[in-house]
Design a protein around this ligand. Structure first.
Ligand code: C2O
Ligand code: CU
Length: 665
């Protein structure tokens, strides 16, 4: 059973335990003896089952159960045991015909078990991992308060007390009854604990985390504003200049559909940026009328930090009328893309994206290839209001590719959700992932490719003399068709592809020795992804959290230049999180403890599905301050984003709000 399934089962059992404890309490209060006894037995059994589900989850990792093991279960276990001991005997004798089974202690304790069960569930949903002392104090106080109030209602002080009448007669000069005394001291303890817990929750968080490495050195600092790209191409390279103007435009798709888009140069995708390795790429970004502002982020391209396009971190947002010049050497070969990084959950979805392809310098210049040599298609996949647009077309696209032509399809997922890619009608190789070539990628067919949000897959094959079809998300009507001869329209109907197995990239291609020994990492950071209550941009929100916090209240991860850094990314939530670090490519070590055994797999965006645990590593050789976030962009906007900061690097762009890029994602 998968971890995600255990998470769901555990949620269900937890909910059931809340229901059974409350039902037992209420029926007992109503003196429905037989039903109450049955429900009490059920509640105890469900609670025992809960121990099993938590134990199973614990086997998958401490992150999945910490708050359950340290707080939820002990609290419920204690309350449940007391309830069974207080209510059980009365109910059993009632069953034998003695009394009605009711007792004040029984009712209060069974309902308290209900409160404890509910509190545990609420903590799991609102707080999650890591559990803090403040959460423990607040939760236990709330449960105790509920118990005390229930006791007051079920057995009000004064009632049943021998001295009640006498007390009234002596005008308040009576000694305090025992029940009253317990009530007052209990109340005082509870209030103190709740106060302390709430106070602690306002303690400021650490601003940095060191991942087990040394603290900050005192050496000279450098500003990201000075970490800019080179001014010259390689000796045999050229300068590739582009001007990209961000503006609103109505874009007409081939189907006739019109979309109100935010564009670079009035088109979606924006102008394709193509270079040959060693060229200098120089892009002037202007903003015509995008009110909130825009930037250009080179997704997956390890540019110098000052060129990274992270507003509030590496530059100021480019407001209407302003501009910014990006310049970097195209040293990295492969398939990449660019997009705005300001409020990108809106901007990218609306069309502020384009492609960046750098071809190897193998004697031919990038723009000298002709259709006769090869077919090389760059295919960003983007969804506008439910319509899938591949490159600049919706519906089905047809291409001519004579038999024997080398074909390369560069798929780029510019959406916030993953896409499933199927290539039918030929065997092919997945030559590159996220721009990096794989080692000895074997030929495959009849497989589905899982393309994470932000990710890229390069598919290569020699054109057969029959048609080839590319389907996105198993849609048989859309996608792409390649025909060996010009007259094949309508050919290449494809079968239902939804049942094809998914290619596991961790077992694809051939291994080579790792470039570093990942066992002795200098720093190790764990990121536990979840949902919960957290501060996001200064407001409490039901956020997407990292280690229980939301951006910008998540401590920066500090590294030093040259460090070997390891990340453990754990997904406690029931949504997929495409994890993306700027400025570095990450070597995938393992998923759910199973090592990567195929080709070395370097990714800049990897999908951490519900319940999964990924281990990745990289060498920190690109100084700067880098965003590290979920590439489901609404998630990032709702808190799932932090910064990786090299020791000694500062930014002049983080305004009065203490490093917050605010609503800039
Ligand atoms: Cu493609 Cu921070 O993003
Ligand atoms: Cu996410």
């Amino acid at each position: 059973m998968t971890t995600a399934l255990w998470i769901v089962v555990d949620h269900a059992v937890a909910l059931l335990s809340v229901a059974t404890w409350f039902a037992a309490g209420v029926t007992l209060a109503l003196r429905r003896t037989r039903l109450a006894l049955a429900l009490l037995v059920a509640a105890v059994l469900v609670t025992l089952v809960r121990v099993v589900t938590v134990a199973m989850l614990a086997g998958r990792g401490w992150w999945f159960v910490q708050e359950k093991v340290l707080l939820g279960l002990p609290m419920l276990g204690a309350a449940g045991a007391v309830a069974a001991l207080l209510a059980g005997p009365h109910l059993l004798s009632a069953r034998r015909g003695q009394g009605d089974g009711w007792s004040a202690g029984g009712v209060v304790s069974v309902l308290t078990a209900g409160y404890a069960a509910l509190a545990g569930l609420v903590v799991t949903f609102l707080v999650g991992h890591p559990l803090t002392v403040s959460t423990v104090l607040i939760t236990t106080s709330v449960v105790c308060t509920a118990a005390l109030l229930t006791a007051r209602v079920v057995a009000p002080p004064g009632e049943n007390t021998a001295d009640a009448g006498a007390a009234q007669a002596s005008e308040g000069r009576r000694p305090m009854s025992r029940r009253r005394f317990i009530g007052w001291t209990g109340g005082a303890v509870v209030v103190t604990a709740a106060g302390a817990g709430s106070g602690m929750s306002f303690l400021p968080a650490d601003s940095v985390t060191l991942g087990g490495g040394p603290g900050r050195s005192s050496r000279a600092t450098v500003s990201v504003a000075d970490l800019r790209g080179s001014g010259t191409p390689a000796p045999d390279g050229t300068v590739r200049r582009y001007v990209l103007t961000a503006k609103k435009a109505t874009v007409r798709l081939p189907s006739g559909r019109e979309i109100d888009a935010w564009t670079y140069n009035g088109q979606v995708p924006g102008p394709a940026i193509i270079a040959t390795q060693g060229d200098l790429i120089e892009v002037r970004l202007r903003n015509a009328d995008i009110d909130g502002g825009v930037t250009l982020h080179w997704h997956g391209y390890d540019v110098p930090c000052g060129e990274d396009g992270a507003p509030g971190v590496t530059q100021l947002t480019v407001r209407p009328g302003a501009d910014f010049l990006y310049r970097f050497r195209a040293d990295q070969v492969g398939t990449y893309w660019y997009h705005t990084h300001h409020a990108s959950h809106v901007g990218v979805r609306s069309g502020l994206y384009g492609t960046l392809v750098v071809k190897p310098r193998d004697g031919q210049r990038a723009d000298e290839y002709t259709a006769a040599d090869q077919v090389d298609l760059t295919l960003p996949v983007h969804t506008f209001d439910g319509t899938v647009v591949i490159a600049d077309r919706d519906g089905q696209t047809e291409h001519l590719a004579p038999p024997g032509t080398p074909v390369r399809l560069r798929l780029i997922n510019t959406d916030s959700k993953s896409h499933r890619i199927v290539l039918a009608g030929t065997r092919f190789q997945l030559a590159a992932v996220d721009g990096r070539d794989l080692n000895q990628p074997g030929e495959v067919s009849d497989v589905g490719l899982h393309l994470p949000a932000g990710g890229r897959h390069d598919l290569v094959f020699l054109m057969p003399d029959t048609s080839v079809a590319l389907a996105v998300d198993d849609d048989r009507d859309g996608g792409l068709r390649l025909h060996p001869h010009g007259d094949a329209h309508g050919e290449a109907r494809i079968e239902d592809t939804s049942g094809l197995p998914e290619l596991d990239l961790l077992r694809y291609g051939a291994p080579v020795a790792a470039p570093f020994d990942t066992r002795d990492a200098d720093r190790h950071f764990t990121m536990v992804l979840d949902r919960g209550m957290a501060m996001v941009d200064g407001r409490p929100a039901y956020a997407h959290t990292i280690n229980g916090r939301g951006h910008p209240s998540i401590p920066d991860q500090i590294v030093a230049n040259g460090d070997l850094v390891r990340f453990t990314v754990v997904n406690r939530s029931l949504e997929t999180h495409p994890w993306h670090l700027h400025g570095h490519s990450l070597l995938i070590l393992s998923r759910d403890g199973k090592p990567s055994i195929g080709s070395p797999l370097w990714m800049d965006t990897f999908d951490v599905r519900p319940g999964e645990k990924w281990e990745v590593a990289f060498r920190a050789t690109n100084p700067g301050i880098w965003m590290n976030h979920c590439h489901n962009l609404p998630h990032a906007h709702q808190g799932m984003m932090l910064r990786l900061r090299y020791d000694g690097v500062t930014t002049p762009f983080d305004g009065p709000r203490g490093g917050s890029p605010g609503h800039d994602h």
